[in-house]
Structures are given as C-alpha cells and as structure tokens.
Design a protein around this ligand. Structure first.
Ligand SMILES: Cc1cc2nc3c(=O)[nH]c(=O)nc-3n(C[C@H](O)[C@H](O)[C@H](O)COP(=O)(O)OP(=O)(O)OC[C@H]3O[C@@H](n4cnc5c(N)ncnc54)[C@H](O)[C@@H]3O)c2cc1C
Length: 301
C-alpha cells in the first residue's frame, strides 16, 4: 500500500519496519536470483491531478523516513501526453519470473527439498509432517476454511507484443494506482498488464482465463504507449490473493500447532513472498522474528 497510508493504518513504526523489511528482502532476492534480476528502478506514474497529489504525499512520507525516492516532473516523450509526473524508486528492480522460479527451485532442491509437481494437496488430513506451511497465495482453496474466507482470489491479465521498433521503457512502470503496469523486455517486447478495474467483479475469480473486454482495453493501451501499431504475441491470466487490509498473512495458525500460512500478498508477492517465506521458516525453526507480528494471521482468524 502507499507508504503514507501504511503510516496511517499500521502506525509509523510498523510502516517503517515493513518498508525496511522489503528493502532487505530485495537485497536477498538479488543475492539469490543472479541474472534473473536487474536493479532498474521503477516509476509510478500520475494519470491525473488526484493521483499526482497522492503520489506527492507518498513521496513526502518516504522522504520523511529517509527512504530513497525521487520525484520527476520531466517525463520521457512517450509518457508526456498521458501522465503528469512520477515517483521513482531508484533501488527497485525487475525479475524474469520463469528464470527466478527455476533458480529458486534449484536452490531448494540442492538444500534437500523434494518438489512434487501436478500433485494437488486436497486436504491437510493425513499429511505426514511436523510442520505444514500453506503458501498458495491466491490459489488457496479447500485446505483451511478461515483462509478461504480471508484471501480473495483476484485475476490479473497480461499481454505481450512483438518487439517494438524502439526502446521506450527501461524499467517497470505502474500507473493508475497499479491498475496498469508494464515493462519492456530486452528484445523490446512490451509486457503489459492490468485494466482489472474495467470489470472488478468478474476479475474476482480463481479462473485463469483471459477475457475479450480486458484484453481489448490492454491492446488499446499498448498502442498508446508504443506509439506504433502493435501485434500481440502472447496473452495470459494469473491469480493473486488479496486481503482486506492489503497486508499479507504470515505466521502460525492460531490453535493449530505446526500449521503455518504465508500468502495474501495482494499483488506484490515477488519481494513480500520471499520476505514472509523466510520469516515463517525462521519461526518454524523456533526463532521469533519480530517482523512476523506485522503479518499475524490472528488479526483475521
Ligand atoms: C498478472 C500478475 C502480475 C503480477 N505482478 C506482480 C508484480 O509486478 N510484482 C509483485 O511483487 N507481484 C506481482 N504479482 C503477484 C505475484 O505473482 C504473487 O504475489 C506471487 O507469485 C506469490 O508467490 P507465491 O509463491 O506465494 O504463490 P504463487 O506464485 O501463486 O504459487 C502458489 C503455488 O501453490 C500451488 N498450489 C495451490 N494450491 C495447491 C494445493 N492444494 N496443492 C499443491 N499446490 C498448490 C499453485 O499451483 C502455485 O504453484 C502479480 C500477479 C499476477 C497474477
């Protein structure tokens, strides 16, 4: 959530602890991900005056707590007609997700983990383990009733274009409060997602399917951003899990010894997921990481 709102809803100390945790987790991700990760920075764009004021408030709040952030009035020519100002996070980065997942899988296997694919756990009953961690983000269903009540499956749709003529975007961009997001790959393809707000109710689903409405709107936006006719080569949809307060759930399930959860990243699990995974792993090993309190499932369960 925007940092100024985090300060208001979590309190200044917790908001600072949460942001610091994500910066630490990003360093950890960089250490683990190798060439799947690049420190490109990121831009959050203001689509109208209201959003510009919101971003300015967040910028001031981040600066007040001495986090690295920049404000930009001068946007690249391709953005000028569409957006008025941007907040830049210079230390943010971009991951190539398939490469990252393979690398993480390899590291886990090297450390002795056994990975079973195409083998859905239908019930927690009968699992032979001292500890069970449910880390299914938006795909949780049927395993733990309170989790199904609290983590709302939400669909994000994406498209990819054929390589554009020019390199227009050198880092991930977010606009309209995260309802639109895109980046350009090294081979100059535009990867663009979002437009969920065109039909919020239909997009609250666990069905991994694209729809003509959202894809059509993404195509229009791709054309505006690319400043040239675009050809779409790939489309997909994925599910993420949202919580009511947009804060993930991580920690022990109250009243169930040895049962843990780590999910509900509300669309931001690449870094938060790694952070929460490591916090829960520490807790399973008997440590008591203080940051786990921020994510306590007992606030809902
Ligand atoms: C379109 C889109 C764009 C996104 N963009 C960003 C972004 O820019 N930045 C960001 O930080 N995050 C982003 N996210 C969110 C991010 O992808 C997730 O938060 C992250 O993948 C969560 O990681 P995870 O490992 O916890 O869960 P997931 O990656 O969702 O993995 C959960 C796994 O659990 C498996 N599973 C579920 N149930 C069972 C079961 N019963 N038995 C066995 N296996 C099961 C699933 O098959 C899946 O493999 C985006 C998500 C989407 C859909």
């Amino acid at each position: 959530m925007p940092y100024d709102l985090a300060r208001a809803s979590l309190g200044e100390e917790r908001a600072r602890a949460l942001w610091t945790l994500t910066e630490r987790a990003l360093e950890r991700l960089e250490e683990l991900a190798g060439n799947a990760f690049h420190r490109t920075g990121s831009l959050r764009l203001a689509a109208d005056e209201t959003e510009r004021e919101e971003l300015r408030r967040e910028y001031e709040a981040l600066r007040a707590d001495r986090f690295t952030v920049e404000w930009e009035d001068e946007l690249a020519p391709s953005l000028r007609g569409l957006f008025g100002g941007a907040l830049r996070h210079p230390t943010d980065g971009s991951i190539q997700p398939a490469r990252w997942v393979r690398r993480l899988g390899q590291l886990a296997a090297d450390a002795g983990a056994e990975i079973r694919e195409h083998s859905r756990v239908e019930s927690l009953e009968g699992l032979k383990a001292d500890h069970v961690v449910i880390a299914t983000d938006g795909y949780s269903r049927g395993l733990l009733d309170p989790l199904d009540q609290v983590v709302l499956p939400t669909r994000g749709q994406v498209l990819v274009t054929a390589p554009l003529r020019g390199r227009l975007f050198t880092c991930p961009h977010y606009a309209r409060r995260g309802y639109d997001y895109w980046q350009q790959t090294h081979d100059r393809r535009l990867v663009l997602g979002g437009q969920r707000d065109a039909d919020l109710a239909t997009e609250e689903t666990r069905e991994e399917a694209t729809t003509p409405l959202i894809q059509g709107r993404l195509e229009v936006l791709a054309g505006q951003l690319a400043e040239e006719p675009v050809r779409v080569t790939h489309r997909w949809a994925g599910i993420f899990g949202r919580t009511a307060d947009l804060v993930p759930l991580a920690g022990g399930v109250p009243g169930s010894d040895g049962l843990w959860v780590a999910c509900g990243y509300s669309g931001h699990g690449n870094v938060l997921g790694l952070a929460c995974g490591e916090l829960v792993a520490d807790a399973v090993l008997g440590k008591e990481p203080p940051e786990l309190g921020i994510f306590s499932p007992s606030r809902f369960f």
